[in-house]
Structures are given as C-alpha cells and as structure tokens.
Design a protein around this ligand. Structure first.
Ligand code: SAM
Ligand code: DTB
Ligand code: SF4
Length: 330
C-alpha cells in the first residue's frame, strides 16, 4: 500500500529520536558548563525545575537471593551480613506506606530479593499494591523477572510503575551478573510496557565500566521506544562482602555528567538521583538537580543500606528552593 506524504510526516514525527553510542559519548565529553547548559535547557522545556518527585522504598523481602549480582548485599553468593528474612505481611507494608505518605512521599516502591516471584508471592504482592494504592499513593514494585501472567496480575491490581534496571551496558553486564542475561531484562521490560504500566529502568555507575560502556547503558535506555518514564541512576554503594566492595570511587562530577546525559537523551523522563546520596555532599546533589535530576528516594533506608535522613533532605530541599512534586504542580 502506498503511503501519503502526510502519513510519512506523521510517522516520522511519532518516531522517537535514536541515539548512537558515539553521539552519547560526545555528550559526556562536552565541557562541564556546556553539558550543564544543555541539560538545564531541556529540563526547563519539560518540567518545573524546582519540583522533585519523592519515592519511598521498602524491602518487602530481604536477602537470600538466588542471583549473583556483584553489587548486591542480598545475593546468597556473597556474605554481606544480610539475613534471609521472610516476606513482610500486608499490614506491615501498609503501615510503612502510611508513614511514607505522612512524611510527604508521593510514590511507594516495594522491593523483593527474588529472581522472579512465585505464585504465592504474587498473591500477597497484589494485596499490597491494592492497599497502598487505596491510600492515594502511586505504587511501584521491583520483584525481578516477570512472565506474562504475573505482569497481567500486577496491571489488574493497579500497579503504576514496575522497576527493573538494565544496570549497565550489554558489553559489561557479564562482568557483573552471570545467573541471567541482558535479554531476560529486556523481555521483562517489554512485557511491562505492553501491559500498559509505566516503566522504571536505569542502572548503576561506578562498577568499573568505561565511558563507552556508560554511554552504552544510556543508549539502551534512551533508544527504547518509548523510553522509560522513570530512570533511576544509582552510584554503586560498596558493601563489604560483595565482589564490588573494593571498586575504585568515581569522581562525583562524572556522576553529575551521567545525570545530565540521561536528561538530554530522555527529555520527558523523571531522572532519579538514586542510591549513593548518603555519600554525596549537598553541593554534588545540588549539581545533580541542576543537571536535570527531578526525583529521589526519600526515607532513611534504601533496601539494605542507608539513605539521607528525611530531616536532612527537607533541609537540603529548603536550602535549594525545591519542593515535592504533587498532583497540583505536575
Ligand atoms: N531483585 C530485583 C531485581 O534485581 O530486579 C529487585 C531488587 S534489586 C536490589 C533493584 C536494583 O537495585 C538493582 O537492579 C540495582 O540496580 C540496584 N542496586 C542493588 N544494590 C545496589 C548497590 N549496592 N548499589 C547501587 N545500586 C544497587
Ligand atoms: C533502584 O534503581 N535503586 C533502588 C531501587 N531501584 C530498588 C535500590 C537501591 C539499592 C541500594 C542498595 C541497598 O540498599 O541494598
Ligand atoms: Fe537478587 Fe535483585 Fe540483588 Fe540481583 S539485585 S542479587 S536479583 S536482589
């Protein structure tokens, strides 16, 4: 069938811009001022630059994981001193969600140390999602890989976001994880997307990857069509007993650059300044917000490691003139 000019124009318009690794690497190599200026321009075109989305994390099932992710305290391959505990019950989760809401969080993210959930796990998680949603909070879950049926169960429960990180570039992935492959992750993300839920996917920097590999992770995320609505950028939290515990620190300005590159390549995504804030100065965090970060994990604890205390975050936000994103200023 012949395509009219109008159709060609419409198709061209609806097709998302694709980024080559070389183009992304070139962004990383801009002067710091030029990079920040571009990121700020794009950020201000799409968002209120002073509104920050606040997500609170809760580990609903901690430790004893069958995967061997080299950064993770919860893998049963490592000895980071994290106990294998039972799944929390719905009441405990609901109590934590209410407290997070009271403290000002808009989204509640439930994380579990699973390769993938079992049938009985799913029943409980579905209850949790329904109850947290009934509080009027946005819901997010990160439970490992999903099959079609599980994805559908979460959609029906009303889950708003599913978090599943690509973690790093395909070329570096094998250095970090051997028990499942990159394509498994992409398959799960495609299921979530097809079911109509929002996708939350990002990665970790500071695991020993080079600049091309950092650009490779951004290319994977930015070239998804559509790209994720939420992109967590984690700075590796090094924990004794994990294989990556002795990895060399990255320059904090390189973390800021990563945020800026994510902002430029994914203009309408919420870019989350995620794990690693506990070790960051206020000045570096301020630079991350300038670079286009507009979401944080909010609450004293991530999954098994600490996060800045709520009081410290409130002070920082006040100091910078930032305020929590609400329905009103969205
Ligand atoms: N088990 C599920 C999975 O792996 O998909 C969900 C929980 S898992 C802990 C979620 C994400 O947290 C990982 O993909 C990784 O990006 C991040 N993460 C875990 N440990 C980390 C660490 N030590 N430093 C930075 N990010 C970390
Ligand atoms: C994400 O990208 N970062 C969060 C969340 N998604 C699940 C997890 C960070 C974990 C940091 C290490 C820990 O506390 O165990
Ligand atoms: Fe398990 Fe997730 Fe940790 Fe990997 S990152 S070991 S899958 S809890």
């Amino acid at each position: 069938m012949q395509t009219t000019h109008a159709e060609t124009a419409r198709n061209a318009k609806s097709k998302q811009r694709q980024w080559s690794i070389a183009e992304i690497e070139a962004l990383f190599k801009l002067s710091f001022s030029d990079l920040m200026y571009r990121a700020q321009q794009i950020h201000r075109e799409h968002f209120d630059p002073n509104a920050v989305q606040l997500s609170t994390l809760l580990s609903i099932k901690t430790g004893g994981c069958t995967e061997d992710c080299g950064y993770c305290t919860q893998s049963s391959y490592h000895s980071a001193g994290v106990e294998n505990t039972q799944m929390l019950d719905v009441e405990e989760v609901l109590k934590a969600a209410k407290a997070a809401q009271q403290a000002g969080a808009g989204r509640f993210c439930m994380g579990a140390a699973w390769r993938e959930p079992s049938e009985s796990d799913m029943k409980t998680v579905v209850e949790m999602v329904k109850e947290v949603r009934a509080l009027g909070m946005e819901t997010c879950a990160t439970l490992g890989m999903l099959n079609d049926e599980q994805t559908e169960q979460l959609r029906v429960a009303g889950l708003d976001y599913y978090n599943h990180n690509l973690d790093t570039a395909p070329e570096f992935y094998g250095n970090i994880i051997s028990t499942r492959d990159y394509q498994d992750r992409i398959d799960t993300l495609e299921r979530v997307r097809k079911a109509g839920m929002n996708v939350c996917s990002g990665g970790i920097i500071g695991m020993g990857e080079n600049l091309t590999q950092r650009a490779g992770l951004v290319a994977q995320l930015a070239n998804m069509d559509p790209y994720p609505e939420s992109v967590p950028i984690n700075n590796l939290v090094k924990v004794e007993g994990t294989p990556l515990a002795e990895t060399e620190d990255i320059d904090p300005l390189d973390f800021v650059r990563m945020i800026a590159v994510a902002r430029i390549t994914m203009p309408t995504a919420f870019v989350r300044l995620s794990a690693g804030r506990g070790e960051m100065s206020d000045a570096v965090q301020a630079l991350c917000f300038l670079a286009g970060a507009n979401s944080i994990f909010y609450g004293d604890q991530l999954l098994t490691t600490g996060n800045p205390e709520v009081e410290r975050d409130r002070t920082l936000m006040n100091k910078l003139g930032l305020y929590p994103l609400t329905d009103k200023n969205h």
